[in-house]
Design a protein around this ligand. Structure first.
Ligand code: AMP
Ligand code: ZN
Length: 469
């Protein structure tokens, strides 16, 4: 399996530290508002990476944090006249609900910054003791120039950075590139006690500490959006490697941006849609499908046209699965003809192609194309006259490959809060009765009623079929 490693700027074979296990950390959202669909991109992408690793048999320990103390959370709290903790709790809950709706699996653990302050104080103290940090007037700074590897992830060089930077002069800093590990409390802000006075941590330290605590000093994969490469991940490396004296993460993965009109979607620019906004227009499965229809390292432009086309593509897969389930009810097990054997061999080769796409740095775009190949072939080859086990094999393959991508393509009551099956069957029977007694007005009104609830009827020679659309 090959992973593009930002650290070395190339695809590399994936070799985990411990055989059969993967330690993975993904930087999570700052919870000061509802998450937007740009934030959802890393969630969906790295959930898919995790699902594929699990499918390959790895035991994945997946940690993703919530940043629940930060300037933006405090500003929002002041705006609403409530505590920062209340804002953080509200939007953490909302983010979890959005992740569930996007079929993003819960992390093995979701640590919160405010619950890990002791660990942060310990690591900051270690950095001071080792000469990598210093305190001045209640602020603790990281001594960036002391860490020889600074810049190795982003490819930036401290002298160039310093020359190009318009950094506000801070008299307390020894060097303009030093960054904050701990800052003193300000009026009206949450704070914790520390050896350097009351205050709160800088942003970067939390991920170093949580990763260390839940995954160990050295991990396999660290991931996030590409805007985190510098300075966040660069600073995490400086902190963790200086404190622990060993390599922090072997592979660094970064997703490209979700854009609108070729500009990064972001809260500060105001050009964003929340996951909630999108859920009002499209099933969130469509959003997940849309996100995975591009490779994670390619920028992806959001538009209604592309969402509509994602919707119809997903519908095409679902319809194929639905039709195959229907065929399963009417087909019988028979011997395999040479053509059937051929079809089977093609199915197996498609599965191999799917895996090859995923093993090439998680190329979900190509993996989805392979699923379409299976759909196309199944639609044209399979019928009720073909062996039952062949029909089932094709259906199960489509369903299980979609499942690796976290895409649900079977009719599934668990993910559908509309009318339960029994009620639908009852209405269909009622419509049949109405038609028998030639009450077509009643029959049509039942059909319309069902259509409004997203249930589509199809009259066939074998009777009425229905599906959720
Ligand atoms: P934040 O809450 O801004 O710290 O972002 C949480 C995660 O979302 C980080 O991994 C960011 O890199 C990522 N992210 C934010 N905006 C976008 C975007 N427009 N496209 C892709 N990823 C993004
Ligand atoms: Zn982080």
């Amino acid at each position: 399996m090959k992973i593009f490693n930002t650290l070395n700027n190339r695809k590399e074979d994936f070799i985990p530290i411990e055989e059969g296990k993967v330690r993975m950390y993904v930087c999570g959202p700052t919870v000061y508002n509802y998450i937007h669909i740009g934030n959802a991109r890393p969630m969906i992408v790295f959930d898919t990476v995790r699902r594929y690793l699990e499918y390959k048999g790895y035991d994945v320990n997946y940690v993703s944090n919530f940043t629940d103390v930060d300037d933006k959370i405090i500003a929002k709290a002041n705006e609403e006249g409530v505590s920062a903790a209340e804002i953080a709790e509200r939007y953490t809950k909302a983010a979890i609900a959005d992740m569930n709706a996007l079929n993003v699996m819960p992390a093995t653990i979701h640590p919160k910054a405010t619950e890990e302050i002791d660990g942060m104080i310990d690591m900051i103290q270690t950095l001071i003791d080792k000469g990598y940090a210093y305190e001045k007037n209640g602020t603790v700074f990281y001594r960036t120039r002391k860490f020889a590897g600074y810049g190795k992830l982003s490819g930036k060089n401290l002298d160039d950075l310093e020359a190009g930077a318009r950094i506000a002069v801070d008299d307390d800093k020894e060097d303009a590139m030093d960054f904050v590990l701990w800052k003193p409390k300000k009026e009206g802000e949450p704070y914790w006690e520390s050896p350097w006075g009351d205050g709160r941590p800088g942003w970067h330290i939390e991920c170093s500490v949580m990763s260390n605590k839940y995954l160990g000093k050295q991990i396999d994969i660290h991931a996030g959006g590409e805007d985190l490469i510098f300075p966040h991940h660069e600073n995490e490396i400086a902190q963790s490697e200086a404190a622990n004296g060993t390599t922090f993460s072997n592979y660094w993965m970064h997703n490209a941006f979700l854009n609108i009109n070729n500009h990064k979607m972001s809260k500060s620019a105001g050009n964003f849609f929340t996951v909630k906004d999108i859920a009002e227009k499209y099933p969130l499965q469509v959003l997940r499908f849309f996100m995975l229809s591009a490779h994670y390292r390619s920028p992806l432009n959001f538009s209604d046209d592309l969402m509509m086309s994602a919707k119809s593509s997903l519908e095409r897969i679902r319809t194929a699965v639905f039709n195959l389930s229907y065929l399963e009810n009417s087909a019988e097990e028979t011997g395999y003809s040479a053509a059937d054997e051929d079809f089977r061999a093609q199915l197996v080769s498609f599965k191999n192609s799917f895996e090859a796409a995923m093993e090439d740095d998680f190329n979900t775009a190509d993996a989805i194309s392979v699923i379409f190949e299976i759909v196309r072939l199944s639609n044209s080859y399979l019928s009720a006259q073909k062996p039952l086990s062949l029909i089932s094999e094709a259906k199960d393959m489509i369903v299980s490959l979609c499942d690796i991508l976290g895409i649900i393509c079977e009719q599934d009551d668990k993910h559908d809060d509309s009318l339960p099956d029994e009620d639908i069957e009852k209405l269909i029977n009622e419509r049949n009765e109405a038609r028998k007694s030639r009450d077509f007005a009643r029959a049509d009104s039942i059909r319309d009623e069902l259509a409004k609830m997203g249930i589509q009827l199809e009259d066939t020679r074998e009777g009425v079929r229905w599906k959720r659309i």
